[in-house]
Design a protein around this ligand. Sequence first.
Ligand code: CMP
Length: 138
Amino acid sequence: MSNRTFTIIKPEVVAKGFEGKVLDAFSERGFRVVALKKTQFSLEQASRFYAIHKDRPFFQGLLKYITSSPVVVAILEKENAVQDFRKLIGSTNPAEAEEGTIRKKFGSNIEQNAVHGSDSDENAQIEGSYFFSLFEQY
Ligand code: CMP
C-alpha cells in the first residue's frame, strides 16, 4: 500500500473554471498536494498515457477529448491514497457514480467524467513521473 496517487482534472472541468472547487474537494477529504500544474496533452502524450486502452472502441474519442484543452494534473498524498481516491471520485460513468462523488457532481458522461485517478500504486508512480520530476514533488 502506497500513500500517493495521480490525478487529472479533465478538460471540461478546467474549461468551466471549476478546478479550484475540485482541488478543494480533494483537500477536504484529506489529500495533500505533492505536485500540481496546468498543462495540455499533446496527441503523442495522450496516446502513451492511455496506451492500455488503444484497442478499445472509445480510444480515438478519448484522445480527441483529453487533448482538446488544458487539464490540471497532480500527485496527491494520503494514507491508502489510490483506493480512497477512487472512492472519492466514484464510478467511471458519472450516471452510475454515488451521490457526493466528484464524478457525480462534475462529470457529464462516461467519456467526459471530470477526473482521472490511478488504478494501482504502480500506475500512480508511472503516471506521476510522466509529468513531474522528483525535484517537482514536495
Ligand atoms: P479514466 O479514468 O481517465 O480512464 C480511461 C478513460 O477513458 C475514462 O476515464 C473515460 O474518460 C474514458 N472512457 C472509459 N470508458 C469509456 C467508454 N465506454 N466510452 C467512452 N469513454 C470511455
